[in-house]
Design a protein around this ligand. Structure first.
Ligand SMILES: *Cc1c(COP(=O)(O)O)cnc(C)c1O
Length: 357
């Protein structure tokens, strides 16, 4: 019997291509510079020994630890299975399928649009302005009809830029009482003065996403946070699954938020920011490099001459970076995560070798 499972699938899912995560794309090598992970690992041991009981839905101690770290009240925080779950829960709670829309501003993180597609929610694309990477406030303001959520990634992935506080405040003002502005601060520890956390009091339509996956070097445990006013957090409590955060994750995350571990995280950030400066200076001297974009995060976006050759050569040498050429206004661009000293050096050496071929 011929199976007809595709016909049973929702039409929007039939036509969906899944998110091309670094792990899905694959590659073989020893130098992984494609997922913006931390090259150094913090070392933890799980202190919990028995697991027969379900965890709390929102583990109290973990919420308290993060509240102390960001200087907010506990009721303003939701813990989620990575920041990715926060992106999804917001659409689930606020967007009516086929009726409401989200706005996102490419080139940026793909998961905003993918989650909207899964939920059958409309998508309005308002690209950031070419090369200056500023928010197109004029077009955005003219496109607010039917919009419930606006996703802004700050620092933006993959361009690396920060949006000015002035523009973000204008955005919050023009959307006040109309829709919610979600600022994804997955990389904010690399540029901490640019966080919008202090504006949560002033703007009830502001939502901030955070994660332990990047600066905290804990991508493997899947832990993120949504920060917003109490009313929004209570709405999200309605749609989150009953036990999203495993006991193991909570145990490790609480350790990562202890004072000395926060200090270690900040030292890693200083080190990676230094490596970024080093890498940029070396890349400037390479013939294949056409343009290096300013970055405030643990990755850089670089426009290359013959980008395919560069990508392929590095791939073959086991140095895996991320192709961004298919994205709007990023022709010939590759994104490189900032690695350890050794990894940065390898990358530069291999680029030099390519120049000699
Ligand atoms: C990595 C990343 C995330 C995902 O964070 P998780 O907590 O690992 O789910 C979210 N947003 C952006 C912009 C990212 O780059």
């Amino acid at each position: 019997m011929k199976s007809n499972l595709n016909n049973l699938t929702r039409i929007n899912i039939q036509n969906l291509s899944p998110y091309q995560s670094a792990r899905r794309i694959g590659g073989h090598g020893d130098t992984w510079l494609n997922a913006n992970e931390s090259p150094m690992s913090a070392l933890f041991k799980c202190r919990v020994e028995s697991f027969n009981r379900y965890p709390e839905c929102q583990p109290n101690n973990l919420i308290s630890a993060y509240a102390d770290y960001v200087g907010l009240f506990r009721k303003e925080i939701l813990v989620t299975r990575g920041a990715d779950e926060g992106i999804e829960l917001l659409i689930k709670a606020f967007c009516e399928p086929k009726k409401d829309a989200i706005i996102y501003c490419p080139p940026t993180y793909d998961m905003y649009a993918i989650n909207a597609k899964i939920a059958n929610v409309k998508i309005k694309e308002i690209p950031i302005l070419k090369n200056t990477w500023k928010i197109d406030l004029f077009n955005l303001q003219a496109s607010l009809d039917g919009v419930k959520l606006i996703y802004i990634c700050n620092p933006n992935n993959p361009t690396g830029n920060i949006f000015s506080k002035k523009d973000l405040i204008i955005l919050l003002q023009v959307t006040f009482n109309r829709c919610l502005v979600v600022i994804d601060e997955a990389y904010i520890e690399f540029s901490s003065k640019d966080s919008m956390v202090s504006y949560l009091k002033e703007f009830p339509n502001l939502i901030i996403l955070r994660t332990l996956s990047k600066a905290f070097a804990l991508a493997g445990i899947r832990c993120g946070f949504t920060l917003a006013n109490e009313e929004i957090i209570n709405i999200l409590h309605k749609v989150i699954s009953p036990y999203p955060i495993s006991t193991v994750v909570t145990d490790i995350a609480i350790q990562a938020l202890e004072k000395n571990e926060i200090k270690n995280m900040q030292n890693r950030v200083i080190k990676l920011n230094k490596n970024r400066v080093w890498l940029i200076n070396k890349l400037k001297k390479n013939n294949f490099v056409k343009k290096i974009f300013d970055s405030h995060a643990n990755y850089i976006l670089v426009k290359f001459y013959m980008f395919k050759r560069v990508f392929q050569h590095l791939w073959e040498k086991g140095i895996i970076i991320r192709n961004q050429d298919h994205k709007i206004n990023l022709q010939g661009c590759l994104r490189i995560s900032i690695g350890s000293d050794k990894e940065c050096l390898r990358l530069i050496e291999e680029l030099k070798n390519l120049s000699k071929i």
